[in-house]
Design a protein around this ligand. Structure first.
Ligand code: UT7
Length: 329
């Protein structure tokens, strides 16, 4: 019997309407368009402003678009995996909140926490469920309301992050298409460099914590930068070497969007032409787990069946890795 692969058969996405550009940020803190553009590569980011809405609001909008485009019905979905660091609540899961909004009642739904690397971890997890033969239509989300955990009094992190949601539909195929291979890693030393300290079980919310910056992202930028450059470049290069792929074999490189200078390092290591690199950091900022599916969402019309695509990401944990896909339609 031929091996079952998990192939992407549809994409949906959503970004909030509100655009926070570098000019507006410069009126809020001591920063400039010139610094943010040259050091990071961001011009603007989307911010979810609707009151009392969280990540599941955007994820559901992305899911609705996917349903409309693919003709998929809620009752056909048998698994939802949500990569997010910004679930609506500590519990229940953002996946279950999204399922409810989409009218999905017959599905297992759970979240994955692998920070900015969450989407590739979720995609590999979903692929394994499909390869088992037991699951047939799986939604894999990368969705984040990063503005909820961003400290707009801290110029070292505030310009970096944006909100958005992307989703793919994964289905079984016996063709040599879909998720072909991945290399995924974790190193817990990352916690000292990139963490949200309060609100979990080690440091529950208290009067003291809400009066401190501990409910916001803490990042030692340079330390994270060094690990991100090395690990995204190496894991991308390694997955290509392992599978005999050269730069010219790659139709699309879709890296996590944290810093244009990190993306440059991945491009150099892989030898992929720059015009094959999907970039959205300039207009969406760092949307964490949503960056890769939003990249796919924007470029999908250009993908061709059989295209070799490399995904790579790095984030808190540290978690990182790379994935090789063959596009399915
Ligand atoms: O997404 C998952 C993981 N995250 C990442 O991969 C992010 C990795 N890190 C980075 O992308 C970069 O380290 C940052 C974009 C976060 C920072 O860029 P950098 O080139 O590493 O800057 P830096 O932290 O070394 O700061 C350089 C200078 C400092 O001033 P002094 O000490 O040299 O006088 C900062 O105070 O830039 C200053 N600075 C700013 N200046 C204007 C820091 N933030 C700003 C700002 N505007 N927003």
């Amino acid at each position: 019997m031929s091996k079952i692969h998990a192939v992407i058969t549809g994409i949906g996405g959503y970004v909030p309407e509100y655009i926070l550009n570098n000019q507006e940020l410069s009126t809020m803190m001591d920063t400039s368009d010139e610094w943010i553009t040259t050091r990071v590569g961001i011009k603007e980011r989307r911010i979810l402003k609707e009151p009392n809405t969280g990540t599941s609001y955007m994820a559901a909008k992305a899911g609705e678009e996917l349903f409309a485009k693919t003709g998929t019905k809620a009752e056909e979905i048998d698994l939802i995996i949500m990569a997010t660091t910004t679930p609506d609540h500590v519990f229940p899961s953002c996946a279950s909140m999204t399922a409810e909004k989409l009218g999905i009642k017959n599905s297992l739904a759970f979240d994955i926490q692998a920070a900015c690397a969450g989407f590739i971890v979720a995609l590999q997890t979903a692929a394994s469920f499909i390869e088992s033969g037991k699951y047939k239509k799986v939604l894999v989300f990368g969705a984040e309301k990063m503005s909820a955990i961003t400290n707009y009094n801290d110029r070292t992190t505030a310009p970096l992050f944006g909100d958005g949601a992307g989703v793919v539909l994964l289905e079984p195929t016996t063709e040599e298409l879909g998720v072909m291979d991945s290399l995924l890693y974790t190193d817990g030393i990352g916690a000292k460099h990139l963490i949200l300290r309060a609100g979990g079980s080690a440091q529950p919310a208290s009067n003291e914590s809400v009066n401190s910056p501990d409910h916001y992202i803490y990042q030692e930028g340079q330390a994270v930068f060094k690990h991100a450059v090395t690990n995204m470049a190496n894991s991308s290069g390694d997955i290509m070497d392992k599978n005999g792929l050269k730069g010219e074999d790659i139709a699309w490189l879709i890296p996590h969007q944290a810093n244009l200078r990190i993306i440059d390092a991945v491009v150099n290591r892989t030898g992929v032409d720059y015009d094959k690199v999907v970039i959205n950091i300039d207009h969406f900022g760092n949307t964490s787990a949503a960056s890769i599916p939003l990249g796919m969402w924007e470029v999908q019309q250009k993908f061709k069946k059989g295209d070799n695509i490399i995904l790579t990401a790095f984030g808190a944990g540290f978690n990182w890795g790379a994935m090789w896909l063959r596009w399915g339609y």
